[in-house]
Design a binder for this molecule. Structure first.
Ligand code: AMP
Length: 421
């Protein structure tokens, strides 16, 4: 028997209530904040990601699914939203719109990762971006969307992890202090971290290598080296968070490690959730659009993983509304009743009543068994005798009470029952 590729999931009917609920909340939330939806292709020119995500990131170094169409054309399944959304923003002239331009997307993301619990090769993200404005009030807005998303789903004990990673003016000074610091402690770094030391030293700060934890905790902190502009931006963001009463913890190990990621970096954590498996992450990337060929344009955004959100909702027993199942089940005996039933199914659906049947000409007992297992509250039973008399039997599948109703009154009768239920 074939199996799904490792790191992928079948989203079965039993899980659909979570997906439907979360996506409907996301659309609602985006509308509350004035964000417009944008859908970009599942794949882009590989260069959009090598430049837009960054050559030295894990994603570009080892996690992209790349297809070579022709010797001169390389396409990559999107390993994140931001770079493709920026490409679309520039290509479609959205940079002339009044700023900030506020965009969101929901969809599949592909990364060739080592699959494990909560870490997949195909997963889904909600992504929001605000482009064209550097005001920390916009950082706050993006952070608030993330916070409201999880609060609205029922998570409690929410707080932000927060850091500023400076900008191309102040970060080099910091790196000149960080690199020698880590060089002094080479023996405590893992192989990956040693490799990062020259290429991307900031990333050592979020290393999980056990032996490196003590020296990372004690490492110089970037917030102590921010330039006046970054310092002011960070101070104002913190003030706005306080105005809103949103709790945050400064976390100097929260980094992105790429030149065009600037200033704010954040994650949302909840009671007992976050340190191991982030629910969402985001920050400011004032240098990104320029890297992709646009005029210098500030931007800030975040991405939330939907599979991880659902896993955590299940762990925390957070409720989701059921999806609408059939309201009525049609059962019949004999060919004439079946034909009348087929007609009736159409009438009921046109009247907006959700109705189903087993077909296959089974015994009445078998049909009633299916009816009882379905979500339907009522069955319509049709046989030759009823047909001759111009009536149908309406059976209450809960209390098993039943009643004969003339065909002409059937739909109005069912509508009355369903409205009262
Ligand atoms: P990132 O784009 O890496 O900042 O990730 C944003 C969010 O996407 C994370 O906080 C996770 O919730 C989710 N995520 C990232 N990678 C994966 C993955 N491989 N499988 C499932 N969810 C993921």
């Amino acid at each position: 028997m074939y199996q799904r590729p490792s790191g992928t999931n079948d989203i079965l009917p039993a899980d659909q209530p979570y997906w439907r609920y979360i996506t409907s909340r996301l659309h609602h939330l985006a509308a509350l904040y004035g964000y417009d939806e944008i859908e970009t292709p599942l794949f882009e020119d590989t260069e959009v990601f090598t430049r837009g995500v960054g050559e030295t990131t894990d994603i570009v170094e080892k996690e992209m699914y790349t297809i070579r169409e022709r010797p001169d054309e390389s396409l990559t399944l999107r390993p994140e939203f931001t770079a493709g959304v920026m490409r679309a923003y520039l290509e479609n002239g959205m940079h002339v719109l009044p700023s900030p331009v506020r965009l969101y997307s929901i969809g599949a993301i592909f990364r060739r990762e080592r699959p494990q619990a909560g870490r997949y090769r195909q997963f889904h993200q909600f992504n929001a971006e605000a482009l064209g404005e550097q005001d920390p009030a916009v950082d706050l807005e993006i952070m608030s969307i993330a916070y409201d998303l999880y609060a609205g789903l029922g998570f409690t004990g929410l707080s932000f992890q927060l850091n500023s990673t400076g900008c191309p003016i102040c970060r080099p000074t910091y790196l000149e202090i960080l690199k020698p610091y880590f060089r002094q402690h080479l023996d405590q770094l893992g192989d990956d971290d040693r490799r990062r030391l020259e290429r991307n030293p900031l990333r050592i700060l979020d290393s999980k290598h056990p032996a490196a934890q003590t020296i990372i905790e004690a490492a110089p902190r970037i917030v102590d080296y921010l330039c006046a502009e970054c310092k002011d931006h960070f101070a104002r963001l913190r003030r706005y968070l306080e105005v809103l009463g949103r709790p945050y913890t400064l976390n100097h190990r929260l980094v992105r490690g790429l030149d065009y990621y600037t200033k704010t970096v954040f994650e949302v954590w909840a009671q007992g959730i976050g340190a191991q498996n982030a629910m969402c992450g985001g920050g400011r990337y004032d240098g990104l659009i320029e890297v992709l060929g646009g005029k210098p344009t500030p931007g800030v955004g975040f991405a939330a993983g939907l599979e991880r959100t659902i896993l955590l909702m299940k762990e925390q027993h957070l409720p989701v509304p059921a999806l609408p199942g059939p309201q009525v089940f049609l059962a019949y005996l004999g060919e004439s009743a079946k034909q009348r039933g087929i007609e009736l199914l159409g009438d009921l659906r046109r009247a907006g009543i959700r109705v189903t049947a087993t077909f296959g000409d089974r015994s009445m007992k078998a049909q009633m068994r299916s009816a009882d297992k379905s979500a339907a509250g009522y069955a319509i039973i049709l046989g030759d005798v009823e047909l001759e008399r111009g009536v149908a039997v309406v059976r209450n599948l809960r209390d098993k009470g039943q009643q004969e109703i003339p065909f002409a009154e059937l739909i109005a009768h069912l509508q009355g029952l369903l409205a009262a239920a």
